[in-house]
Design a protein around this ligand. Structure first.
Ligand code: NAD
Length: 401
C-alpha cells in the first residue's frame, strides 16, 4: 500500500522503518534538513538505524519529502506530529491542525487516516475529521482511526513488532482496515470499542507513570527527612510479588510524554466538569524536584552555592538517548543559576544543547547527576568534583537523592 506518514520524528520515522518493509512509504516532514538527511540514508532517531533507512530507500520503499503533492495518492495517512502544551499548559493542537491542512489540500482519493499523535479522547472524532473535511476542496469519504503510539525510544526489548498496539476506527470498516495495516508489522493488536477508549488509555498510561513517579519523589523527601535510604525501601517493597510496581525517584520527569500527556487528560477532565486534582498535584511534585535537589545541595555545601562551579551531568531526559525535551536538567540549571552558581553541563550523548557544547567532566566544585548514560563512567563522575549529588541511584559513592 502507499502510506504517508506526517512527521518524521521519533514516532513517524520509527513507523516508517517498520512499514517500509511491506509498503511504499512517504515520510512527509516540514524540516528540510531532516528530509535531506533521511534521503541520504541518515537516521536521527534512536532505534532506527541508518542501515534500515538506506535499505528502504534502495528497495524503492521510502523517501522523505516536504512536498505535499507527494502524498496525493496515499491509501493510508498516519499523523505523527507533536502535541505539546501551550504556555498555559493547555493542549496545543496547532501541529495536528497543520497536518490536517496538508492532508486536506493534497489527498486526491479516499484514504484511511490514522492518528498516532497523543491527544485527548475525542480528537479523531471531534477535531481531526472535522478539520480535514473543513479544509478539503474535494469531497472525499475518508476513513478515520486512532492507534496511539507506545514507542519508548532507546528501548531494545520492546519495539513496534512486539508492543501490543491499541486501535479503533470511527466505523467498522476503518477498524478493519487499521487492523490489516498494523498486522503487516505488529504481532499483537488489541481492538477496543471506540477511538475514545484508545485515546484515553494512552493518556492514562503516562498519567499512571507520572503520578507514581511523583509518589516516589515524595517518598524520597520523606525518607531523607527520616534518615532512611529510599532506594533500599523501594527494593524491599519490590520483593512483594503482587500488588506493587516499583518506580524510581529522580530529578523529575522529561520527554514528550510523561510531563505532557497528563495535562491533556486534566484539561479534558476539567472541560467535562471533573477537577483532576491528583494529576495536577503529581505535576507540581515532579516540577518541584529540581528546587528540592538544589536545596539539598546548598545545605550540604555550607548553605549556599553562590559563586560555586556546578556541573550538571546528563541533560538528556533519560539514559542513552539524546532527547532533551522537557528535561528536568533545564529547571535544575535555572534554580542553581538563580542561587548564584556558575553552571555548566556535561552530556556526550547530547553534545550540543541550546547552542552550547557539553563541557568536560572535571574541575567543578559540585557535580549533580540528572541522567547517567552508560557511556559515562561513574568513576569519572566521582572525579569531576569533590562533592557529587546523584539523583539516579547509579553513581555509588555519591550523595544520594
Ligand atoms: N517520542 C516518544 O517517545 C513518543 C511516544 C509515544 C507517543 N508520542 C507522541 O507522538 C507524537 C509525535 O511525537 P515525536 O516524539 O515523534 O515528535 P518529534 O518532535 O520527534 O517529531 C515530530 C516531527 O513532526 C514534524 N512536523 C511538525 N509539524 C508537521 C507538519 N505539519 N507536517 C509534517 N511534519 C511536521 C516535526 O518537524 C518533527 O520532525 C506526539 O503526539 C507524541 O506525544 C511520542
Amino acid at each position: 500500500m502507499k502510506v504517508s506518514i506526517i512527521g518524521q520524528g521519533y514516532v513517524g520515522l520509527t513507523i516508517a522503518a517498520f512499514a517500509s518493509k511491506n509498503h511504499e512509504v512517504i515520510g512527509f516532514e516540514l524540516n528540510s534538513a531532516v528530509v535531506s538527511r533521511l534521503n541520504n540514508g541518515i537516521s536521527h532517531v534512536e532505534g532506527v538505524s541508518s542501515e534500515d533507512i538506506k535499505q528502504a530507500i534502495s528497495a524503492g520503499n521510502y523517501r522523505a519529502t516536504s512536498d505535499g503533492l507527494e502524498i496525493a495518492e496515499s491509501e493510508i495517512v498516519v499523523l505523527a506530529v507533536p502535541t505539546p502544551l501551550a504556555v498555559d499548559r493547555k493542549p496545543d493542537l496547532t501541529y495536528i491542525e497543520a497536518a490536517c491542512k496538508v492532508i486536506a489540500a493534497n489527498l486526491t482519493r479516499p484514504a484511511l487516516i490514522i492518528n498516532e499523535s497523543t491527544s485527548f479522547p475525542g480528537t479523531i472524532r471531534n477535531y481531526i475529521k472535522p478539520a480535514i473535511e473543513k479544509y478539503s476542496k474535494r469531497k472525499l469519504e475518508h476513513l478515520y482511526a486512532i492507534s496511539p503510539e507506545r514507542v519508548d525510544p532507546g528501548r531494545e526489548d520492546y519495539n513496534q513488532k512486539n508492543t501490543p498496539r491499541l486501535y479503533a476506527g470511527l466505523t467498522p470498516e476503518a477498524t478493519a482496515k487499521t487492523r490489516d495495516f498494523y498486522s503487516t508489522f505488529c504481532d499483537n493488536l488489541v481492538e477496543v470499542s471506540s477511538p475514545e477508549i484508545a485515546e484515553a488509555a494512552k493518556l492514562f498510561e503516562n498519567t499512571f507513570r507520572q503520578v507514581n513517579i511523583a509518589l516516589v519523589n515524595e517518598l524520597a523527601q520523606i525518607s531523607h527527612a527520616l534518615g532512611i535510604d529510599v532506594r533500599e525501601t523501594l527494593d524491599a517493597a519490590g520483593t512483594k510479588p503482587y500488588g506493587f510496581m516499583k518506580f524510581a525517584p529522580s530529578a523529575g520527569v522529561g520527554g514528550h510524554c510523561i510531563p505532557v500527556d497528563p495535562s491533556y487528560l486534566a484539561d479534558v477532565a476539567e472541560k467535562a466538569g471533573v477537577e483532576a486534582t491528583f494529576i495536577k498535584r503529581a505535576n507540581e511534585v515532579n516540577l518541584d524536584m529540581p528546587k528540592y535537589i538544589a536545596r539539598r545541595i546548598e545545605i550540604d555545601n555550607g548553605g549556599s552555592v553562590k559563586g560555586k562551579k556546578v556541573l550538571v551531568v546528563g541533560v538528556a531526559y533519560k539514559p542513552n538517548v539524546a532527547d532533551t525535551r522537557e528535561t528536568p536538567a533545564e529547571l535544575l540549571i535555572d534554580v542553581l543559576q538563580d542561587s548564584g552558581a556558575v553552571v555548566s553541563w556535561n552530556d556526550p550523548v547530547v553534545g550540543t544543547w541550546h547552542g552550547t557544547e557539553s563541557t568536560p567532566l572535571s574541575g567543578a566544585d559540585i557535580a549533580v547527576v540528572v541522567t547517567k548514560h552508560d557511556v559515562v563512567a561513574s568513576e569519572d563522575i566521582l572525579k569531576s568534583a569533590p562533592y557529587v549529588f546523584d539523583t539516579t541511584g547509579k553513581v555509588k559513592g555519591a550523595v544520594q537523592l
